[in-house]
Ligand binder design. Structure first.
Ligand SMILES: *Cc1c(COP(=O)(O)O)cnc(C)c1O
Length: 425
C-alpha cells in the first residue's frame, strides 16, 4: 500500500497520520453506517411499495403523455420523503432552479417570506432580487422578503423569528429555511433543531407554509425536513439523491396542493404534471436514488476524515468530526487564498476525470464572487462526487464534499492535506 500511495505523491507522514485518525474515527464511522442502513431500507421499501418494475425504465417521445416511469419516479420520491406528492424532472436544470420554481410557484403577489436562516445561498440572490438586476425576481413580483440571521453559534434566534412573523400579516406569511451551510461559516441545521423551530411556528400558526432548501442534506440523518414539519422542499439530482447516476435534474416534494402549483408553473396550468419527456433518464434517476444512501455515507466518511485531519493540522473546522451532521459539506477555515488553491489542486489531482487540470478562481454564472471549483466528475459539476469549492472572499473557507467510492474520498483528503502541508516548505 505504501508504494501505491507514493503514486499519488502522499508522504509517509500523511499516510501514518491518516491511519491514526482512522482508529480514532471508528465509532463515528459506525454511526454513519447505521444511518446508511436505515436510509437504504427507507429507499428500498419505497421502491417495493410502489411496485417498481422493469417497464418503468421505458420512455416515450414528444409530449410524454402517460409516461409510467416518470410517474413512478415521482411516486417513489414522495414515499421516500414522506410527502403527498413530488415533482422530479430533467426539465429542472439544477438545484437553484428547483428552489426558484418552488418559491415562485408557492408565493403570490402581496405575500411575505421570512428567510429564517439569513440570506440564502449565493445563486438565489438573483431569485430574491438582492442585486441591481431585479428582473423576474420575487421582489419584482411584489413579494416582501425579510431575513432573520442565525445566532453566532448557528442556532435559531427563536424569539426574533417569532417576533418577525408577528410583525406583519401572518395570513400571507411564508417561512424559508436553508438546511446546508452554503458559503457561510455555519454548520448545517440539524433535523432536531428544525423540529423544534417548526413546532414553535406551527403551534401558533398551524397553516403557515414552511419551505426548505434541502440541497446536500438528503439521507444524512434518519429523518428529512418534511418528516418534522416542512410543507415543501427542493433539491438537486446531481447532489445526494441522484446518487451520482442522475445526469441532471431537480426535485420538489411536499403537500399535494403546493406541488400542484409548482407543476402549473413548470409546465402550464392546464397540463400540470402530465407532460415532460424523461429523455431515457428514469432508470438512472431511480437507480441513483437506490445508491444514494450508500454514496452519502461514503461522502460523510470523507468529510469526517477531512474534519479530523485538518483540525489536527491546527485549522478550525465546521463541523467537528463528532458533531451531529445534517449535510455532507465539510468547512475548513484555511484563512488564505493560496491554501484554498493548494487544497483544491489536491482534490482535482485525485479525480478520475480531468486529474491533470489545475483549478483556479474564475467568474461563474449565478455567483457574485469569483469561485474556485475542483471537481473531476463523471457528471459535470456533480458535487456528490469528490469536489471542493470556495468563493474568493474573507474568511477564506474551503467547502469539501463528496467522494462516491469509499476509498476515493479519503484519497482526496490525503492529497489535499499533503498539498496544504507542502505550502509551508
Ligand atoms: C448547491 C446548493 C444549491 C443549488 O445549487 P445548484 O448548483 O444550482 O444545484 C442551493 N442551496 C444550497 C445550500 C446548495 O448547497
Amino acid at each position: 500500500m505504501q508504494s501505491m500511495y507514493k503514486r499519488f505523491g502522499i508522504s509517509d507522514y500523511v499516510i501514518n497520520l491518516k491511519k491514526k485518525m482512522d482508529i480514532e474515527l471508528v465509532n463515528t464511522y459506525e454511526k454513519i453506517e447505521e444511518n446508511r442502513q436505515y436510509n437504504f431500507y427507507k429507499v428500498l421499501s419505497a421502491m417495493q411499495n410502489a411496485n417498481l418494475s422493469e417497464r418503468h425504465f421505458n420512455w416515450s417521445t414528444g409530449y410524454g403523455y402517460g409516461d409510467e416511469g416518470r410517474e413512478k419516479t415521482e411516486e417513489i420520491y414522495a414515499k421516500v420523503f414522506e410527502c403527498e406528492d413530488a415533482l422530479v424532472r430533467t426539465q429542472i436544470v439544477n438545484g437553484t432552479h428547483a428552489l426558484t420554481l418552488m418559491l415562485k410557484s408557492v408565493l403570490k403577489t402581496g405575500d411575505r417570506i421570512i428567510f429564517i436562516t439569513g440570506i440564502p445561498y449565493d445563486t438565489l440572490h438573483g431569485t430574491i432580487g438582492l442585486g441591481e438586476d431585479k428582473e423576474a425576481s420575487l421582489m419584482e413580483m411584489g413579494i416582501e422578503c425579510e431575513f432573520v440571521e442565525l445566532n453566532d453559534d448557528g442556532t435559531f434566534d427563536k424569539q426574533m423569528v417569532m417576533q418577525q412573523i408577528k410583525s406583519g400579516d401572518t395570513d400571507r406569511t411564508y417561512i424559508y429555511l436553508q438546511r446546508s451551510s452554503g458559503y457561510s461559516g455555519r454548520a448545517a441545521i440539524t433535523i432536531a433543531k428544525m423540529k423544534e423551530m417548526f413546532s414553535m411556528i406551527k403551534e401558533k400558526y398551524n397553516d403557515m407554509v414552511i419551505m426548505v432548501d434541502n440541497c446536500y442534506g438528503e439521507f444524512v440523518e434518519k429523518y428529512e425536513p418534511t418528516e418534522v414539519g416542512a410543507d415543501i422542499m427542493a433539491g438537486s439530482l446531481i447532489k445526494n439523491p441522484g446518487g451520482s447516476l442522475a445526469l441532471s435534474g431537480g426535485y420538489i416534494v411536499g403537500k399535494a396542493k403546493l406541488i400542484k402549483r409548482c407543476a402549473k408553473v413548470l409546465t402550464t396550468p392546464s397540463i400540470e404534471k402530465e407532460c415532460g419527456l424523461t429523455f431515457g433518464q428514469t432508470r438512472s434517476i431511480i437507480q441513483g436514488l437506490f445508491f444514494a444512501p450508500e454514496i452519502v455515507s461514503n461522502a460523510l466518511k470523507a468529510s469526517v476524515l477531512c474534519s479530523k485531519m485538518f483540525s489536527e493540522m491546527g485549522f478550525d473546522v465546521i463541523p467537528k468530526y463528532d458533531d451531529t451532521r445534517s449535510d455532507i459539506v465539510q468547512i475548513v477555515k484555511l484563512g488564505d487564498k493560496h491554501k484554498i488553491e493548494a487544497f483544491c489542486k489536491g482534490i482535482q489531482a485525485a479525480s478520475a476525470v480531468d486529474s491533470f487540470v489545475v483549478p483556479t478562481f474564475a467568474d461563474m454564472p449565478g455567483y457574485d464572487n469569483q469561485i474556485i471549483m475542483a471537481a473531476g466528475a463523471f457528471v459535470q459539476g456533480s458535487s456528490i462526487e469528490l469536489s471542493a469549492d470556495a468563493p474568493i472572499r474573507a474568511p477564506y473557507n474551503v467547502y469539501f464534499q463528496g467522494g462516491i467510492m469509499a476509498g476515493h474520498g479519503e484519497l482526496g483528503v490525503m492529497m489535499a492535506y499533503q498539498n496544504v502541508l507542502d505550502l509551508d516548505k
